[in-house]
Each structure stands twice: as C-alpha cells, then as structure tokens.
Design a protein around this ligand. Structure first.
Ligand SMILES: Cc1cc2nc3c(=O)[nH]c(=O)nc-3n(C[C@H](O)[C@H](O)[C@H](O)COP(=O)(O)OP(=O)(O)OC[C@H]3O[C@@H](n4cnc5c(N)ncnc54)[C@H](O)[C@@H]3O)c2cc1C
Length: 461
C-alpha cells in the first residue's frame, strides 16, 4: 500500500494551499480530486466563473463608461451567452494550467478519483476506469467543499430552472429572470445579469438583504438596484415553480403572487460535500448540513484528520478557505503559525456595484454602546471618481470617539473589493484617524476617498 505524509481530498482553494504548504515543508503529498479537472468549485462553478462573467458583462455592456456616454452605450450591441462563456473558458484554462504547474513544481502527486475513508488512516480512491486504490496517510485533510442546496419541490433542469452551478454554462440569456435567495450569490447574479438589461426579480423569505453588511451600504446598493428596475420581493416564499416550456416559467409565491420568467436561479444555501466520504469509517460525524466540526487548528475530533474550506461552513469563502488549508499543513508538519484574526476578515461582494467591508458596522457599535463617529466620502467627490464618470459609490469609516481608533470600513462602488485592504491593514495595526488625515495618497485615486472620509469624521469630532 502506498504511503503519504499527507492526503488532501479536494483540489479547491483549501486543498491546493494545504498540499503546497505541506510539500514546501518537505512532506510527501497526494491531492485527490473527484472532478475531471483540478481547481474545485472555486474554479469551475463558483468564484472564478462568476467573477469572470461579471467582468465580461461590465466590459461588453460598456458599463464603466456609461457615466459619460449614456445608458445606451455598449461595446457589443447583441451580447449572447456565448460571448460570456468564451471569456470564461479562456480564464478557466489558464487557471488550471497555473494550478497544475504549481503542483508539479512542488512535487505534489495528483490523482483523479473519488476519495473516501476505509479507516482513519486508509483512503480509498475510486478511479474511473481502473480498480480502486487504497493509500495510507499520516495526516488527512478533508477539503471537499460544498454544493448548492436544491429544494425538493423544484425540478431543476440545468437550462431554465437552475442553480449557481448550472448558470455558468447557460446557453441562452434570459429576458426575465427570477432569483430566489437574496444572499451574496443571489445578489451578485441578480445585479450583474440586470446590467445586461435583463428584467430581474429577487425573492427572499427574509425581509432584509445582506443583513451582515452595514445598513447604509446596503441602502445605497438597493437604491441603485431599484433605480435600474430590479424588483425585490422580500418576505416572500416560493410555493412552486411551474415550468410550462423552455421560455415560460411561472413562480408561485406562498402569498398568492405569481411571477412570469424564462429562467429561475435558486441561490438559497449550500450543503457540504461529505455524503460520499464514508466518514463513519474515520469516526467523524457531520451535522445535518454535512458540515464537519473543527477546533481552532481545523482539526476534527480525530487528531490526524483536518477539515477546511466550505466543508466546515461559515464563512465559506475562497479567501478564507486558502488560509485555513495552509494553516492545517503548518499545524500538522511544524510550519510557523499565527493565530487568525477573524475580526479582520474582509467580505467582498462582487455585485454591480460591488461592496466590501471589514470590521464593525454602525449597528454593532450601537448595540455594544461604543462611542463612535463616522466619516463618509462619495466617490464623485474625488477627482478620480470624476475622471471615471462615477455617479455611485461611497466609502465610510467608523472611528472610536475617544481613542480615534479605526473600527470599521464599509465601501460600495467601483474598486471596493480592492480598496478595502487599505482599511484592513490600518485596522490590523490598530491605526487611528490621524493616519488617514496625515498621510499623502496618490492623486488622483479612489483611495483618496479614505482621506476625504477621515477629514469628514475629523471635522465632526
Ligand atoms: C457563485 C459563487 C460565487 C462565489 N464567489 C466568491 C468570491 O467572490 N470570493 C470568495 O472568496 N469566495 C467565493 N465563493 C465561495 C468559494 O467558491 C468557496 O468558498 C471555495 O470554492 C471553497 O473552497 P474549498 O477548497 O473548500 O472547496 P471547493 O472549491 O468546493 O472544492 C472542493 C473540491 O473537492 C472535490 N471533492 C468533493 N468530494 C470529493 C471526494 N470524495 N473525493 C475527491 N474530491 C472530492 C470537489 O469535486 C471539488 O472540486 C463563491 C461561491 C459561489 C458558489
């Protein structure tokens, strides 16, 4: 039986980073992937496809130039699904090549097949055409990710009743789309497809969207969505989906309302991929959503078996999964470890417009009775914003009223997911308002909004 120091199950961000880190620490590593291509849901159905589609849409619709040339401006007049997926295919091919090369360079052995536990140290790998093989592992990482939850009363068909796995391969663009689920994935797709002038209705049982984001940022976002004609049906639950033919769907809501569409996207929750792992042979019991419980080093209840990424649940991001994966390898093989500061996790929502946040919200500060002051800058107040023709976008910072320490940064608008890292670094080093007031920023940049917002807070304090 072949033996490895580390067997990693799943080649998404968590598995990749773990495998490379263990290899760099001089260990023998086997990375097993069920899918025919390396990269995980992140590369094939999740992060990378959705962000590539977004970029293709923003380019082809001339979205970023419309501030100057008007709403009818487009780089391509009739945009088809093929225009979008073409860019996706190129991006995915490049990414696979980069990941595969990293594995070769670091002497990580990769194997295509479905892994499961024969015992706590024995991993069985079912291969497509050959007999299964069983390997022995000193340490194991479960990084098998998650998949969309599909409500039982809905018949998915991968063409017009779809989840987020299917939509990346859509063959025709809908004219009327219903998105069920106003979470991050739902709002990203709703807003980016609406940028193609598709009529979009979002349905969610909750009465507020993106409850973990600062309310002022969400208000600004919702204002833009409504302005563009996106309909939000909040506090509504889907009763059934009537699929009349390829172009006619009726979504029945429990309230009795009906919404006609030609495509429905369900983006309402995810389940962890643990059902095929035969976890009982390893002595691990997942919860009802398939999630595996771990300690602060991502160790399961079995000491030599780790779990990281979506399979353990929140925050279920590629960004955090990578670091969790790397952490497991460092912990198992004596690499240097720093404790995670979860309060410094940035959240990026690649909607149109995009949003990103780090630190505390105004709502949290009020609940915790922390005295604070806010400073706000609108992107249109910056020269860079004018040059880019931005009409939307704001950056808000929250500072402690007495210590002047930065407590949170909240951004909506162009570049938010990049800009946030300035605030994140200052937060991590317990920086204060004075840093922003006294620092020279490149001019003209959107980052200058940090200074404008700081001066706004300064003048109020
Ligand atoms: C539409 C969408 C958009 C997203 N956008 C973002 C974003 O902008 N930013 C961000 O940070 N995150 C984003 N995410 C989340 C991100 O994609 C996930 O958090 C990330 O992919 C999780 O990585 P992972 O390594 O845990 O698993 P995954 O990427 O899910 O990979 C797990 C792999 O394990 C394999 N596997 C499963 N079972 C077995 C088995 N038994 N044997 C062998 N292999 C197996 C699967 O085939 C899969 O390839 C998005 C997700 C979705 C769905």
């Amino acid at each position: 039986m072949e033996k490895y120091n580390f067997v990693v199950i799943g080649s998404g961000p968590a598995g990749q980073r773990a495998a490379i880190q263990a290899a760099k620490l001089g260990r023998s590593v086997l990375l097993v992937e069920d899918h025919s291509r390396i990269g995980g849901a992140c590369l094939h159905t999740g992060t990378i496809p959705s962000k590539t589609l977004r970029e293709a849409i923003l380019y082809l619709t001339g979205w970023r130039q419309r501030g100057f040339y008007g709403r009818s401006y487009r780089v391509k007049e009739r945009i088809t699904a093929a225009d979008l997926t073409q860019r996706l295919d190129i991006t995915v091919r490049h990414e696979i090549d980069v990941i595969q090369h990293k594995m070769y360079r670091n002497y990580v052995t990769t194997m295509s097949g479905r892994a499961s536990f024969d015992g706590p140290h024995q991993i069985r790998i079912e291969l497509d055409d050959n007999e299964p093989v069983v390997v022995e592992a000193d340490f194991v990482l479960i990084a098998t990710g998650s998949r969309p939850a599909q409500p039982e009363n809905v018949s998915f068909n991968a063409t017009n009743v779809v989840d987020s796995d299917h939509i990346v391969q859509m063959e025709t663009l809908p004219r009327n789309l219903v998105v069920v689920g106003a979470g991050v994935i739902g709002m990203e797709y709703a807003s980016m497809l609406n940028a193609l002038d598709i009529n979009v209705t979002v349905v969610d049982a909750r009465t507020e969207i993106l409850g973990f984001i600062d309310a002022e940022i969400v208000d600004e976002f919702v204002h833009h969505l409504r302005d563009r004609g996106v309909k939000l049906r909040l506090g509504e639950t889907v009763e059934s989906v009537e699929n009349i033919d390829a172009h006619n769907i009726v979504v029945h809501l429990k309230s009795g309302k009906r919404i006609k569409a030609d495509m429905v996207l369900f983006a309402a929750g995810r389940l962890s991929n643990t059902d095929n792992l035969r976890l009982d042979n390893a002595g691990i019991v997942p919860d009802e959503r398939g999630r595996i419980a771990v300690d602060k080093h991502y160790r399961t209840t079995i000491e030599h078996i780790y779990a990281a990424g979506d399979v353990i649940g929140f925050p279920a991001l590629a960004s955090t999964s990578m670091e969790q994966g790397r952490h497991t390898a460092c912990h198992a093989f004596g690499g240097s470890l720093l404790e995670f500061r979860e309060d410094l996790y940035p959240f990026g929502i690649y909607a149109v417009p995009e949003m990103s946040v780090v630190g505390l919200t105004e709502e949290q500060l009020r609940v915790e009775k922390v005295p604070y002051e806010s400073g706000v800058a609108r992107f249109r107040e910056t020269s860079r914003g004018q040059i880019l023709g931005l009409r939307e976008g704001l950056l808000k910072m929250l500072f402690h009223l007495e210590t002047r320490q930065l407590l949170g940064v909240h951004i909506v608008g162009e570049g938010a997911t990049e800009l946030i890292h300035v605030g994140q670094a200052v937060l991590a080093h317990a920086g204060t308002l004075d840093y922003f007031v006294n620092t020279v920023f490149n001019y003209p940049t959107l980052a200058e909004a940090y200074k404008v917002a700081a001066l706004d807070a300064f003048n109020k304090m």
